[in-house]
Write a protein that binds this ligand. Structure first.
Ligand code: BGP
Length: 472
Protein backbone atom coordinates (compact mmCIF):
# COMPACT_ATOMS: atom_id res chain seq x y z
CA UNK A 1 0.00 0.00 0.00
CA UNK A 2 1.54 3.30 -1.03
CA UNK A 3 0.07 6.67 -0.24
CA UNK A 4 0.12 9.65 -2.56
CA UNK A 5 -0.78 13.23 -1.76
CA UNK A 6 -4.07 14.14 -3.34
CA UNK A 7 -4.55 17.85 -3.88
CA UNK A 8 -7.71 19.80 -4.50
CA UNK A 9 -8.12 22.74 -6.88
CA UNK A 10 -6.85 26.16 -5.81
CA UNK A 11 -9.21 28.14 -3.57
CA UNK A 12 -11.23 25.03 -2.77
CA UNK A 13 -14.02 25.79 -0.27
CA UNK A 14 -13.32 23.95 2.96
CA UNK A 15 -16.03 24.33 5.54
CA UNK A 16 -19.17 23.00 7.07
CA UNK A 17 -22.84 23.81 7.44
CA UNK A 18 -25.71 24.06 9.85
CA UNK A 19 -29.05 25.82 10.09
CA UNK A 20 -30.78 28.48 12.19
CA UNK A 21 -33.28 26.24 13.97
CA UNK A 22 -30.58 23.66 14.71
CA UNK A 23 -27.94 25.98 16.13
CA UNK A 24 -29.06 29.46 17.13
CA UNK A 25 -31.48 28.97 20.01
CA UNK A 26 -34.45 31.30 20.46
CA UNK A 27 -32.56 34.24 22.01
CA UNK A 28 -34.03 37.64 22.80
CA UNK A 29 -34.33 39.29 19.40
CA UNK A 30 -37.99 38.36 19.00
CA UNK A 31 -38.93 35.48 16.72
CA UNK A 32 -42.16 34.00 15.41
CA UNK A 33 -43.05 30.48 16.51
CA UNK A 34 -41.71 27.91 14.02
CA UNK A 35 -43.34 24.59 13.15
CA UNK A 36 -40.68 22.87 15.26
CA UNK A 37 -41.53 24.87 18.35
CA UNK A 38 -45.25 24.34 17.74
CA UNK A 39 -44.81 20.61 17.22
CA UNK A 40 -42.69 20.29 20.36
CA UNK A 41 -45.46 21.96 22.40
CA UNK A 42 -48.02 19.55 21.00
CA UNK A 43 -46.00 16.29 20.97
CA UNK A 44 -42.76 16.62 22.96
CA UNK A 45 -42.49 12.81 23.03
CA UNK A 46 -41.67 12.81 19.32
CA UNK A 47 -38.27 14.41 20.08
CA UNK A 48 -35.33 12.32 21.28
CA UNK A 49 -35.07 12.60 25.07
CA UNK A 50 -37.66 15.41 24.93
CA UNK A 51 -35.13 18.07 23.91
CA UNK A 52 -36.46 21.02 21.88
CA UNK A 53 -34.68 23.64 19.74
CA UNK A 54 -35.20 26.33 22.43
CA UNK A 55 -31.51 26.61 23.35
CA UNK A 56 -29.89 24.34 20.73
CA UNK A 57 -26.16 25.20 20.42
CA UNK A 58 -26.80 28.76 21.72
CA UNK A 59 -25.05 30.27 18.73
CA UNK A 60 -27.14 33.43 19.04
CA UNK A 61 -25.12 34.35 22.16
CA UNK A 62 -21.81 32.71 21.28
CA UNK A 63 -21.35 33.54 17.61
CA UNK A 64 -18.16 35.56 18.09
CA UNK A 65 -16.40 32.69 19.85
CA UNK A 66 -17.87 30.28 17.33
CA UNK A 67 -16.31 32.18 14.45
CA UNK A 68 -12.93 31.74 16.18
CA UNK A 69 -13.64 28.02 16.38
CA UNK A 70 -14.40 28.01 12.65
CA UNK A 71 -10.96 29.46 12.09
CA UNK A 72 -9.32 26.95 14.41
CA UNK A 73 -10.91 24.11 12.48
CA UNK A 74 -9.74 25.33 9.07
CA UNK A 75 -12.90 26.89 7.68
CA UNK A 76 -12.57 29.26 4.75
CA UNK A 77 -16.33 29.13 4.17
CA UNK A 78 -19.40 28.25 6.20
CA UNK A 79 -23.12 27.80 5.47
CA UNK A 80 -25.71 29.22 7.80
CA UNK A 81 -29.41 29.63 7.25
CA UNK A 82 -31.23 32.86 8.00
CA UNK A 83 -34.28 32.39 10.20
CA UNK A 84 -37.42 33.60 8.44
CA UNK A 85 -39.21 33.59 11.82
CA UNK A 86 -36.52 35.83 13.35
CA UNK A 87 -36.47 38.22 10.38
CA UNK A 88 -40.27 38.53 10.47
CA UNK A 89 -41.34 37.93 14.07
CA UNK A 90 -44.98 38.78 13.30
CA UNK A 91 -45.91 35.37 11.98
CA UNK A 92 -43.39 35.49 9.12
CA UNK A 93 -44.85 38.64 7.50
CA UNK A 94 -45.15 42.41 8.19
CA UNK A 95 -42.36 44.53 9.64
CA UNK A 96 -38.79 43.28 9.40
CA UNK A 97 -37.00 42.81 12.74
CA UNK A 98 -34.10 45.28 13.19
CA UNK A 99 -32.57 43.05 15.88
CA UNK A 100 -32.46 40.12 13.46
CA UNK A 101 -30.79 42.29 10.84
CA UNK A 102 -28.25 43.41 13.42
CA UNK A 103 -27.52 39.82 14.48
CA UNK A 104 -26.96 38.48 10.98
CA UNK A 105 -24.96 41.54 9.87
CA UNK A 106 -22.70 41.17 12.92
CA UNK A 107 -22.26 37.44 12.33
CA UNK A 108 -21.52 37.80 8.62
CA UNK A 109 -19.12 40.69 9.23
CA UNK A 110 -17.31 38.69 11.87
CA UNK A 111 -17.00 35.76 9.46
CA UNK A 112 -15.72 37.94 6.61
CA UNK A 113 -13.22 39.66 8.91
CA UNK A 114 -11.86 36.23 9.79
CA UNK A 115 -11.49 35.05 6.22
CA UNK A 116 -14.61 32.89 6.18
CA UNK A 117 -16.89 33.22 3.16
CA UNK A 118 -20.58 33.44 3.99
CA UNK A 119 -22.80 30.87 2.29
CA UNK A 120 -26.33 31.96 3.22
CA UNK A 121 -29.32 29.69 2.83
CA UNK A 122 -32.88 30.99 3.12
CA UNK A 123 -35.15 28.06 3.97
CA UNK A 124 -34.01 25.12 6.05
CA UNK A 125 -37.19 23.34 7.23
CA UNK A 126 -38.19 26.21 9.58
CA UNK A 127 -41.62 27.47 8.49
CA UNK A 128 -43.24 30.07 10.74
CA UNK A 129 -46.14 28.10 12.29
CA UNK A 130 -48.73 30.74 11.37
CA UNK A 131 -47.78 30.34 7.71
CA UNK A 132 -48.12 26.58 8.01
CA UNK A 133 -51.65 27.26 9.22
CA UNK A 134 -52.26 29.05 5.91
CA UNK A 135 -51.23 25.87 4.10
CA UNK A 136 -47.43 26.12 4.19
CA UNK A 137 -45.95 25.35 0.77
CA UNK A 138 -49.41 24.53 -0.55
CA UNK A 139 -50.33 28.22 -0.40
CA UNK A 140 -49.56 30.97 -2.92
CA UNK A 141 -49.79 33.48 -0.07
CA UNK A 142 -46.89 31.68 1.63
CA UNK A 143 -44.88 31.78 -1.60
CA UNK A 144 -45.43 35.57 -1.68
CA UNK A 145 -44.33 35.86 1.96
CA UNK A 146 -41.20 33.79 1.21
CA UNK A 147 -40.27 35.98 -1.78
CA UNK A 148 -40.66 39.06 0.41
CA UNK A 149 -38.43 37.46 3.05
CA UNK A 150 -35.86 36.43 0.41
CA UNK A 151 -35.82 39.87 -1.17
CA UNK A 152 -35.34 41.49 2.25
CA UNK A 153 -32.34 39.24 2.92
CA UNK A 154 -30.78 40.06 -0.47
CA UNK A 155 -31.19 43.76 0.27
CA UNK A 156 -29.96 43.70 3.88
CA UNK A 157 -27.09 41.20 3.58
CA UNK A 158 -26.14 41.22 -0.10
CA UNK A 159 -22.85 43.03 0.51
CA UNK A 160 -21.70 40.35 2.98
CA UNK A 161 -22.72 37.07 1.33
CA UNK A 162 -20.58 35.06 -1.09
CA UNK A 163 -23.10 32.43 -2.23
CA UNK A 164 -26.87 32.35 -1.76
CA UNK A 165 -29.18 29.35 -1.61
CA UNK A 166 -32.97 29.37 -1.84
CA UNK A 167 -33.63 26.06 -0.04
CA UNK A 168 -31.87 23.29 1.79
CA UNK A 169 -33.17 19.86 0.78
CA UNK A 170 -36.62 20.93 -0.42
CA UNK A 171 -37.53 17.26 -0.76
CA UNK A 172 -37.16 16.84 3.03
CA UNK A 173 -40.28 18.78 4.05
CA UNK A 174 -42.28 17.08 1.27
CA UNK A 175 -41.33 13.60 2.49
CA UNK A 176 -41.62 14.60 6.13
CA UNK A 177 -44.92 16.45 5.88
CA UNK A 178 -46.82 14.54 3.19
CA UNK A 179 -45.42 11.03 2.88
CA UNK A 180 -43.48 9.76 5.87
CA UNK A 181 -44.59 11.59 9.02
CA UNK A 182 -41.44 13.25 10.33
CA UNK A 183 -42.32 16.94 9.83
CA UNK A 184 -45.24 18.85 11.34
CA UNK A 185 -48.18 18.61 10.67
CA UNK A 186 -47.59 15.03 9.47
CA UNK A 187 -50.17 14.61 6.75
CA UNK A 188 -50.19 11.58 4.50
CA UNK A 189 -51.34 12.97 1.16
CA UNK A 190 -49.27 12.69 -2.01
CA UNK A 191 -51.38 15.05 -4.11
CA UNK A 192 -51.10 17.86 -1.58
CA UNK A 193 -47.37 17.09 -1.47
CA UNK A 194 -47.22 17.50 -5.24
CA UNK A 195 -48.82 20.95 -4.88
CA UNK A 196 -46.32 21.87 -2.16
CA UNK A 197 -43.50 20.64 -4.41
CA UNK A 198 -44.70 22.81 -7.26
CA UNK A 199 -44.96 25.92 -5.09
CA UNK A 200 -41.55 25.24 -3.54
CA UNK A 201 -40.04 25.20 -7.03
CA UNK A 202 -41.97 28.35 -7.91
CA UNK A 203 -40.76 30.06 -4.69
CA UNK A 204 -37.18 29.13 -5.59
CA UNK A 205 -37.52 30.57 -9.10
CA UNK A 206 -39.21 33.75 -7.87
CA UNK A 207 -36.44 34.28 -5.31
CA UNK A 208 -33.84 33.97 -8.06
CA UNK A 209 -35.86 36.44 -10.15
CA UNK A 210 -35.82 38.90 -7.23
CA UNK A 211 -32.08 38.33 -6.67
CA UNK A 212 -31.13 39.17 -10.24
CA UNK A 213 -32.26 42.80 -9.97
CA UNK A 214 -29.46 43.56 -7.47
CA UNK A 215 -26.66 42.61 -9.87
CA UNK A 216 -24.47 41.35 -7.05
CA UNK A 217 -21.21 39.51 -7.79
CA UNK A 218 -22.46 36.60 -5.68
CA UNK A 219 -24.27 33.58 -7.10
CA UNK A 220 -27.54 31.98 -6.18
CA UNK A 221 -28.61 28.36 -6.32
CA UNK A 222 -30.09 25.65 -4.17
CA UNK A 223 -29.03 22.69 -2.05
CA UNK A 224 -30.40 19.24 -2.83
CA UNK A 225 -30.07 15.93 -1.04
CA UNK A 226 -29.27 13.49 -3.80
CA UNK A 227 -28.74 9.78 -3.52
CA UNK A 228 -27.61 7.98 -6.64
CA UNK A 229 -30.13 5.20 -7.26
CA UNK A 230 -28.98 1.63 -7.86
CA UNK A 231 -31.24 -1.24 -8.98
CA UNK A 232 -30.77 -4.59 -7.25
CA UNK A 233 -29.92 -6.17 -10.61
CA UNK A 234 -30.12 -5.59 -14.34
CA UNK A 235 -33.39 -7.47 -14.47
CA UNK A 236 -35.72 -5.08 -16.39
CA UNK A 237 -38.19 -5.07 -13.50
CA UNK A 238 -35.48 -3.89 -11.07
CA UNK A 239 -34.20 -1.32 -13.54
CA UNK A 240 -37.69 0.08 -14.02
CA UNK A 241 -38.24 0.25 -10.26
CA UNK A 242 -34.97 2.20 -9.91
CA UNK A 243 -35.89 4.57 -12.69
CA UNK A 244 -39.21 5.45 -11.06
CA UNK A 245 -37.69 5.87 -7.59
CA UNK A 246 -35.10 8.15 -9.14
CA UNK A 247 -37.81 10.27 -10.78
CA UNK A 248 -39.56 10.80 -7.45
CA UNK A 249 -36.53 11.43 -5.26
CA UNK A 250 -33.80 12.81 -7.54
CA UNK A 251 -35.23 14.37 -10.70
CA UNK A 252 -38.33 15.92 -9.07
CA UNK A 253 -36.40 18.96 -7.80
CA UNK A 254 -33.14 18.69 -9.71
CA UNK A 255 -34.71 19.06 -13.17
CA UNK A 256 -36.94 22.08 -12.57
CA UNK A 257 -34.41 23.87 -10.37
CA UNK A 258 -31.43 23.36 -12.68
CA UNK A 259 -33.01 22.86 -16.12
CA UNK A 260 -36.23 24.81 -15.61
CA UNK A 261 -38.57 21.95 -16.51
CA UNK A 262 -40.20 19.05 -14.67
CA UNK A 263 -39.30 15.58 -15.97
CA UNK A 264 -41.87 14.53 -18.60
CA UNK A 265 -41.92 10.92 -17.36
CA UNK A 266 -42.74 12.02 -13.82
CA UNK A 267 -45.53 14.30 -15.05
CA UNK A 268 -46.98 11.47 -17.15
CA UNK A 269 -46.92 9.13 -14.18
CA UNK A 270 -48.63 11.64 -11.89
CA UNK A 271 -51.30 12.26 -14.53
CA UNK A 272 -51.92 8.55 -14.88
CA UNK A 273 -52.49 8.23 -11.13
CA UNK A 274 -54.40 11.51 -10.76
CA UNK A 275 -51.72 13.02 -8.49
CA UNK A 276 -50.95 16.26 -10.32
CA UNK A 277 -50.96 19.55 -8.42
CA UNK A 278 -54.16 21.51 -8.99
CA UNK A 279 -52.98 25.12 -8.88
CA UNK A 280 -50.39 25.99 -11.55
CA UNK A 281 -50.40 28.00 -14.75
CA UNK A 282 -48.32 28.94 -17.78
CA UNK A 283 -46.92 32.08 -16.11
CA UNK A 284 -45.59 29.98 -13.22
CA UNK A 285 -43.96 27.57 -15.66
CA UNK A 286 -42.32 30.48 -17.55
CA UNK A 287 -40.86 31.89 -14.30
CA UNK A 288 -39.50 28.44 -13.42
CA UNK A 289 -37.98 28.08 -16.88
CA UNK A 290 -36.27 31.48 -16.78
CA UNK A 291 -34.87 31.41 -13.24
CA UNK A 292 -32.67 28.41 -12.62
CA UNK A 293 -29.67 27.73 -10.39
CA UNK A 294 -26.32 29.40 -10.98
CA UNK A 295 -24.67 27.07 -8.46
CA UNK A 296 -25.69 23.77 -6.91
CA UNK A 297 -25.06 22.35 -3.46
CA UNK A 298 -25.04 18.55 -3.20
CA UNK A 299 -25.85 16.88 0.10
CA UNK A 300 -24.65 13.29 -0.02
CA UNK A 301 -25.16 10.82 2.80
CA UNK A 302 -26.15 7.45 1.36
CA UNK A 303 -27.05 5.63 -1.85
CA UNK A 304 -30.60 4.52 -2.72
CA UNK A 305 -30.93 0.82 -3.55
CA UNK A 306 -34.21 -0.46 -4.88
CA UNK A 307 -35.82 -3.55 -6.37
CA UNK A 308 -39.08 -4.42 -8.07
CA UNK A 309 -42.00 -4.84 -5.70
CA UNK A 310 -42.43 -8.33 -4.31
CA UNK A 311 -45.92 -7.77 -2.96
CA UNK A 312 -49.03 -6.21 -4.44
CA UNK A 313 -50.08 -2.77 -3.27
CA UNK A 314 -53.20 -2.15 -1.27
CA UNK A 315 -55.42 -0.21 -3.69
CA UNK A 316 -57.31 1.30 -0.75
CA UNK A 317 -54.13 2.67 0.83
CA UNK A 318 -52.86 6.19 0.09
CA UNK A 319 -50.83 6.70 -3.11
CA UNK A 320 -47.09 6.65 -2.36
CA UNK A 321 -43.87 6.38 -4.41
CA UNK A 322 -43.41 2.92 -2.87
CA UNK A 323 -46.25 1.67 -5.07
CA UNK A 324 -43.53 1.26 -7.71
CA UNK A 325 -40.56 -0.20 -5.86
CA UNK A 326 -39.23 -1.60 -2.61
CA UNK A 327 -36.06 -0.61 -0.86
CA UNK A 328 -33.33 -3.18 -1.31
CA UNK A 329 -31.00 -4.27 1.48
CA UNK A 330 -27.79 -5.17 -0.30
CA UNK A 331 -25.98 -8.08 1.38
CA UNK A 332 -22.60 -6.98 2.68
CA UNK A 333 -23.40 -3.27 2.78
CA UNK A 334 -21.61 -1.17 5.40
CA UNK A 335 -23.83 0.77 7.74
CA UNK A 336 -23.69 3.73 10.03
CA UNK A 337 -25.92 1.91 12.50
CA UNK A 338 -26.57 5.00 14.65
CA UNK A 339 -28.36 6.78 11.84
CA UNK A 340 -29.38 3.74 9.82
CA UNK A 341 -27.66 4.99 6.68
CA UNK A 342 -25.44 2.92 4.39
CA UNK A 343 -21.87 4.13 4.00
CA UNK A 344 -20.90 4.02 0.33
CA UNK A 345 -18.23 6.58 -0.47
CA UNK A 346 -18.12 5.87 -4.20
CA UNK A 347 -21.67 7.26 -4.39
CA UNK A 348 -20.23 10.79 -4.10
CA UNK A 349 -18.35 10.20 -7.35
CA UNK A 350 -21.42 8.79 -9.12
CA UNK A 351 -23.52 11.73 -7.99
CA UNK A 352 -21.00 14.29 -9.27
CA UNK A 353 -20.75 12.46 -12.60
CA UNK A 354 -24.53 12.64 -13.00
CA UNK A 355 -24.39 16.42 -12.53
CA UNK A 356 -21.52 16.65 -15.03
CA UNK A 357 -23.10 14.45 -17.66
CA UNK A 358 -26.77 15.44 -17.36
CA UNK A 359 -26.87 18.96 -15.89
CA UNK A 360 -24.38 20.90 -17.97
CA UNK A 361 -21.58 20.45 -15.44
CA UNK A 362 -23.02 23.34 -13.45
CA UNK A 363 -20.72 24.78 -10.77
CA UNK A 364 -21.30 22.62 -7.70
CA UNK A 365 -19.91 21.64 -4.32
CA UNK A 366 -20.60 19.08 -1.65
CA UNK A 367 -22.78 21.08 0.72
CA UNK A 368 -23.31 18.29 3.28
CA UNK A 369 -21.71 14.94 3.99
CA UNK A 370 -21.02 13.51 7.40
CA UNK A 371 -21.37 10.87 10.02
CA UNK A 372 -23.68 11.09 13.03
CA UNK A 373 -22.54 8.95 15.95
CA UNK A 374 -24.38 8.39 19.24
CA UNK A 375 -22.78 8.60 22.70
CA UNK A 376 -19.50 10.06 21.54
CA UNK A 377 -18.42 10.61 25.16
CA UNK A 378 -17.27 6.97 24.90
CA UNK A 379 -14.46 8.15 22.70
CA UNK A 380 -13.24 11.00 24.93
CA UNK A 381 -9.67 10.98 26.15
CA UNK A 382 -8.61 12.20 29.60
CA UNK A 383 -8.65 15.82 28.39
CA UNK A 384 -12.24 15.57 27.23
CA UNK A 385 -11.36 15.47 23.54
CA UNK A 386 -13.41 13.13 21.33
CA UNK A 387 -10.98 10.92 19.44
CA UNK A 388 -13.14 10.31 16.37
CA UNK A 389 -10.83 8.43 14.01
CA UNK A 390 -13.94 6.89 12.39
CA UNK A 391 -15.04 10.38 11.26
CA UNK A 392 -11.59 11.24 9.88
CA UNK A 393 -11.63 8.00 7.90
CA UNK A 394 -15.18 8.69 6.69
CA UNK A 395 -14.18 12.16 5.48
CA UNK A 396 -11.01 10.93 3.77
CA UNK A 397 -12.76 8.06 2.00
CA UNK A 398 -15.42 10.40 0.63
CA UNK A 399 -12.93 13.09 -0.30
CA UNK A 400 -10.84 10.60 -2.25
CA UNK A 401 -13.83 9.83 -4.47
CA UNK A 402 -14.62 13.51 -4.73
CA UNK A 403 -11.05 14.12 -5.88
CA UNK A 404 -11.50 11.37 -8.47
CA UNK A 405 -14.68 13.07 -9.70
CA UNK A 406 -12.70 16.30 -10.14
CA UNK A 407 -10.01 14.38 -12.08
CA UNK A 408 -12.87 13.06 -14.23
CA UNK A 409 -13.90 16.61 -15.12
CA UNK A 410 -16.57 17.47 -12.54
CA UNK A 411 -16.93 21.18 -11.75
CA UNK A 412 -16.67 20.77 -7.97
CA UNK A 413 -15.63 23.85 -6.00
CA UNK A 414 -15.65 22.70 -2.40
CA UNK A 415 -16.58 20.38 0.42
CA UNK A 416 -18.70 21.26 3.44
CA UNK A 417 -19.07 18.76 6.24
CA UNK A 418 -22.20 18.32 8.31
CA UNK A 419 -21.50 19.83 10.81
CA UNK A 420 -19.37 22.38 12.67
CA UNK A 421 -20.28 22.16 16.40
CA UNK A 422 -22.65 19.31 17.38
CA UNK A 423 -26.14 20.66 16.77
CA UNK A 424 -29.82 19.80 17.21
CA UNK A 425 -31.05 17.24 14.67
CA UNK A 426 -34.83 17.70 14.38
CA UNK A 427 -36.70 14.76 15.93
CA UNK A 428 -33.37 13.09 16.69
CA UNK A 429 -32.44 16.12 18.79
CA UNK A 430 -28.89 15.58 20.12
CA UNK A 431 -28.84 11.80 19.66
CA UNK A 432 -26.29 11.62 16.86
CA UNK A 433 -23.32 13.96 16.97
CA UNK A 434 -21.89 15.13 13.65
CA UNK A 435 -19.57 17.98 14.62
CA UNK A 436 -15.89 18.77 14.26
CA UNK A 437 -16.38 20.33 17.69
CA UNK A 438 -18.18 18.57 20.54
CA UNK A 439 -20.82 20.22 22.68
CA UNK A 440 -21.44 19.65 26.36
CA UNK A 441 -25.20 20.13 26.44
CA UNK A 442 -25.25 21.05 30.13
CA UNK A 443 -22.58 23.74 30.01
CA UNK A 444 -22.49 24.60 26.29
CA UNK A 445 -18.73 24.06 26.46
CA UNK A 446 -17.20 23.48 23.04
CA UNK A 447 -14.15 21.22 22.54
CA UNK A 448 -12.45 20.60 19.22
CA UNK A 449 -12.52 16.89 18.32
CA UNK A 450 -9.60 15.07 16.75
CA UNK A 451 -11.46 15.44 13.43
CA UNK A 452 -11.47 19.23 13.93
CA UNK A 453 -7.68 19.20 14.14
CA UNK A 454 -7.51 16.96 11.09
CA UNK A 455 -9.82 19.31 9.21
CA UNK A 456 -7.59 22.30 9.90
CA UNK A 457 -4.57 20.52 8.45
CA UNK A 458 -6.60 19.28 5.52
CA UNK A 459 -7.64 22.82 4.69
CA UNK A 460 -4.11 24.22 5.16
CA UNK A 461 -2.58 21.51 2.97
CA UNK A 462 -5.51 21.59 0.52
CA UNK A 463 -5.32 17.81 0.45
CA UNK A 464 -4.01 14.74 2.26
CA UNK A 465 -2.17 11.48 1.66
CA UNK A 466 -4.25 8.55 0.52
CA UNK A 467 -3.87 5.12 -1.02
CA UNK A 468 -5.46 5.96 -4.37
CA UNK A 469 -5.06 2.38 -5.59
CA UNK A 470 -8.02 1.61 -3.32
CA UNK A 471 -10.36 3.64 -5.55
CA UNK A 472 -12.51 1.64 -7.94
C1 BGP B 1 -29.71 16.79 6.39
C2 BGP B 1 -30.22 18.12 6.85
C3 BGP B 1 -29.56 18.62 8.07
C4 BGP B 1 -29.04 17.59 9.05
C5 BGP B 1 -28.47 16.36 8.38
C6 BGP B 1 -28.24 15.20 9.29
O1 BGP B 1 -30.73 16.08 5.76
O2 BGP B 1 -30.09 19.11 5.86
O3 BGP B 1 -30.40 19.59 8.64
O4 BGP B 1 -29.88 17.42 10.11
O5 BGP B 1 -29.29 15.91 7.34
O6 BGP B 1 -29.38 14.41 9.43
P1 BGP B 1 -30.08 14.13 10.81
O7 BGP B 1 -30.07 15.40 11.56
O8 BGP B 1 -31.48 13.73 10.48
O9 BGP B 1 -29.33 13.04 11.45
Amino acid sequence: MSKTKITFPKDFWWGSAWSAEQAEGRGETGKAETIWERWYKEEPYRFYKGISSEVATDHIHRYKDDVQLMKQTGHNSFRVSISWARMFPNDGVGQVNPKAIEFYRDLFTEMNNNGIKVFANLYHFDMPAALQDLGGWESREVVDAYVNYADTCFKEFGDLVYNWFTFNEPLGPILGTYLEGFHYPNLIDFKRGAQATFFTVLAHARAIQAFKKYNYDSKIGTILNLSPTFPRSQNPADVKAAEIADLFYTRSFLDPMVKGVFPAKLVALLKEYDQMPVDFNQDDLAIIKDNTCQILGLNYYEPRRVKARLTAINPDGPFLPEWFFENYTMPGRRMNEYRGWEIYEKGIHDLCMDIKDNYGNIEAFISENGMGVADEERFMDENGQVIDDYRIEFIQDHLAYLWKAIQDGCNIKGYHLWTFIDCWSWINSYKNRYGLVSLDLKTQKRTIKKSGEFYKKLSEDNGFSYDVDKLI
